[in-house]
Design a protein around this ligand. Sequence first.
Ligand code: DHB
Ligand code: FE
Length: 278
Amino acid sequence: MATVVGGIACSHIPAIGNAITRHLQDDPYWKPFFAGYPPVRQWLERVRPDVAIVIYNDHGLNFFLDKMPTFAIGAAPEYTNADEGWGLKPVAPFRGNPELSWHLIESLVAEEFDLTTCQEMLVDHGFTVPMSLLWPGGAPVACVPIAVNTVQHPLASPRRCYRLGQALGRAIASYPQDLKVVLLGTGGLSHQLDGQRAGYINREFDELCMEKIVHDPEALTAYSVRDLVRLAGSQGTEFIHWLMMRGALTGRVKRLHSNYHIPVSNTAAGLLLLENAA
Ligand code: DHB
Ligand code: FE
């Protein structure tokens, strides 16, 4: 059977991709950020997952305001990156696992979560930056991208994302093939890129989220999307990806590593490694 080995929540700020391309990991600005990652990479080298399910938001590369699914899932043999601005150079395509994707889709729709199914799907920095951070030499995993709308309101509530995560966990557990699955929730933490509060960061709320998501994630599902915008900034809503990732883990998890650094670009960069309890 497929098993969930753990979950990783991490930042996807495009500037990180540029810092990697320019080898700035030891630069004073970047060092405290990149220093958070070696323990997570060591865990990945030890556990060697076969599959990464990547929960993120598309920022306009694949979906735009004219057609915006609340939830979309990839069912493609390969996922291509493309020029999306931000000065990012497109990275090599990522391998998919359509058979697993379709199993997840069947199971999630049966559990009353209707996702847009994508047999072709471009992936943007929300997906590619975390992959470069976690596997700098190229990702030795098959991928299933799950894109969550955090761009155009109305957004799905934190509770609904957590529940979808729980259904995803059950879907993975019912896949008959022996596969080790890691879940990634990307983006966050607090940030707002535009408007009067551009540059807004809320350390206190971020720390509360990073603490509660480990042992009491249900408590965080009480927040509305409006609460998240108010407390974490308009793009801080990306925290719903973290909650979906957490929902797919078992009730009990072990926190193996965490890091928090502000700011990177306009954003609070959080990192969390959770191992699934047996
Ligand atoms: C930044 C953060 C994001 O989440 C994003 O998608 C793009 C840019 C930033 O802080 O620069
Ligand atoms: Fe983002």
